[in-house]
Ligand binder design. Structure first.
Ligand SMILES: [Zn+2]
Length: 284
């Protein structure tokens, strides 16, 4: 399974001439936490991130991670909203230019991001939301005694496909509620890893076009929220080695002036960057 995943993920790397895959997030975090990778993981830990963490924190010494999963904020969006992504990169300066998987839709891509497995191995190969059967980052974290929370809008892909794990699920009607919940969970310090999902940019790009005033507002809101997450983590997690990562799944493109989409095997949909902020704890 690992070899099959590796080979399929490598095909996307080659086609788009990208060294990194979106699936590399999972083995990278496993290295940082010092835990085994999921069984079907064929992705590869991102060496500059692992090296930096080993230099500053020591190997396997990660303690607190928040993943800001901002749906559909890919490289095509970066080209149109450079000032938004400059702010994201200022918070999280390790930018990892990556390639998504096909079809470039949410459950397929987050399935790969959180298992390190290719779609032909994790099993979600079209827009559908079954509970993922392969081992994920969340399973290996739970098996190592870590506490995981997924915070999202209800019935979205992230809310549905990672169910039946030994983790906690918080689901709401709006992004605003799930973001507020994320801040509360950071403040309460009850989790080792929190997935905080933001759906509204993607849902609006389908309805209004990728660069509409409504989408522009969401893109800026994503940067605002990412900055707030960094501040809150520095405040409440300062005694812990920590990472904040900006984790989009795919991009999106215009099909006409007021309608956007994604799911295609084209750079506008397939190219994304993940951004890592690594902070070492302040010893007391
Ligand atoms: Zn998506």
């Amino acid at each position: 399974m690992k070899a099959k995943s590796a080979s399929a993920l490598n095909d996307f790397r080659k086609k788009y001439d990208r060294y990194y895959s979106i699936g590399d997030l999972t083995p990278t975090l496993c290295e940082l936490f010092g835990i085994p990778e999921p069984a079907a993981c064929g992705a590869v830990a991102v060496a500059p991130i692992v090296d930096q963490a080993a230099r500053t924190m020591g190997e396997g010494k990660m303690e607190k991670v928040v993943l800001f999963c901002c749906d559909a904020m890919g490289e095509h969006q970066r080209e149109h909203f450079p000032e938004v992504f400059e702010r994201i990169e200022k918070v999280a300066p390790f930018r990892i230019p990556s390639v998504a998987v096909m079809p470039s839709v949410t459950p397929v891509c987050y399935g790969t991001i959180f298992s390190g497995a290719a779609p032909c191995v994790h099993g979600i190969q079209k827009y559908e939301k079954p509970v993922l059967e392969v081992e994920t980052l969340f399973d290996v974290l739970a098996a190592s005694g870590k506490n995981v929370a997924i915070v999202s809008v209800n019935t979205c892909s992230i809310d549905m496909i990672f169910r039946k794990r030994n983790i906690d699920y918080y689901s709401f009607r709006t992004d605003e509620q799930s973001f507020d919940c994320t801040l509360e969970l950071i403040q309460k310090n009850s989790y080792d890893l929190i997935v905080s999902y933001m759906t509204e940019y993607d849902s609006l790009q389908h309805k209004t076009g990728c660069f509409s005033p409504e989408c522009t507002r969401q893109a800026y809101l994503a940067a605002d929220r990412f900055e707030i997450l960094a501040e809150k983590m520095d405040e409440y997690y300062k005694a812990y080695n920590r990472a904040l990562v900006f984790v989009p799944d795919h991009g999106g493109h215009l099909i006409r002036e007021n309608k956007g989409t994604h799911g295609f095997d084209i750079p506008e949909d397939m190219l994304v960057s993940h951004y890592y902020r690594l902070e070492e704890k302040v010893e007391r």
